[in-house]
Design a protein around this ligand. Structure first.
Ligand code: AP5
Length: 224
């Protein structure tokens, strides 16, 4: 049907700090896709102290990956919900080839085939700099950066007007190093997995957020 032809089911790949969350916001604004971030889902589960949240916390606070099966189950439950009408962005999943294989099963069972995989490429030294400068609004979770994205009015969240900010536990320097190492190991095999399927586009994530989105938009607008 027409509707299915217009569906965009996208994976955003990129190491921690590559700008997946930042790009997702802009993609959602234009394409109305459902944003599914496993990191956000785990942080919510941790805040609510659910069983999954408590299990995830022991991994996340050290910068390690939550086990593949736990993560894949969460994603399958989310993708099964009826609100995903115009397609989805997977942000932060898959991040191992095992997860990529599990996702193949999920998209087949749910009849929601992937249409695009976009990898944001950023050098490691830039990632370290970005992550240590990132801070979040305590109230709404909006993301800022001491170097590149300060609130328009100092000390006030642009999105919700909140005045309290915090640094993510896993953005502290001793955790960032391990996070990058853990994710770097899986990065090339994951890109190869989708390159072999003919789905992969690589984009330079060191450009301004506006330019990064322009490049993404050029890929996605071809789908419609
Ligand atoms: P998650 O929350 O997904 O963290 P991540 O992958 O490490 O990604 P980030 O959110 O840190 O970075 P981002 O790419 O979204 O960058 P952002 O746009 O914020 O996961 C957290 C943890 O959960 C994992 O470590 C793991 O333990 C667990 N987990 C999650 N998914 C899992 C899975 N599938 N399997 C197992 N475990 C899993 O940008 C970063 C900063 O840079 C911001 O301050 C931003 O303002 C700035 N910035 C962004 N773009 C630009 C730009 N173009 N120029 C300048 N600055 C920029």
């Amino acid at each position: 049907s027409d509707r299915n032809e217009k569906m965009i089911n996208l994976i955003l790949l990129g190491l921690p700090g590559a700008g997946k969350g930042t790009a997702s916001e802009r993609i959602v604004d234009k394409y109305h896709l459902t944003h599914i971030s496993t990191g956000d889902m785990f942080r919510e589960a941790m805040a609510n102290e659910t069983k999954v949240g408590l299990e995830a916390k022991s991994y996340i606070d050290k910068g390690n990956l939550v086990p593949d099966e736990v993560t894949a189950k969460l994603v399958e439950e989310r993708l099964s919900q009826p609100d995903i009408k115009e397609g989805f962005i997977l942000d932060g999943f898959p991040r191992t080839t095992v997860q990529a294989e599990l996702l193949d099963g999920i998209t087949k069972r749910l009849n929601k085939p992937l249409t695009n995989v976009i990898a944001l490429e950023v050098d490691e030294d830039v990632l370290v700099e970005r992550l240590s400068a990132r801070f979040m609004c305590k109230n709404c979770g909006a993301t800022y950066n001491k170097l590149s994205k300060k609130p328009k009015v100092e000390g006030t969240c642009d999105r919700c007007g909140g005045h309290e900010f915090y640094q993510r536990e896993d953005d502290k320097p001793e955790v960032v190093k391990n996070r990058l190492e853990v994710n770097e190991k899986m990065n090339a095999p994951l890109k190869d997995f989708y390159k072999n399927k003919g789905l992969l586009t690589v984009i330079n994530g060191e450009q301004t957020p506006e330019k990064v989105f322009e490049d993404i938009d050029a890929v996605l607008s071809k789908e419609q």
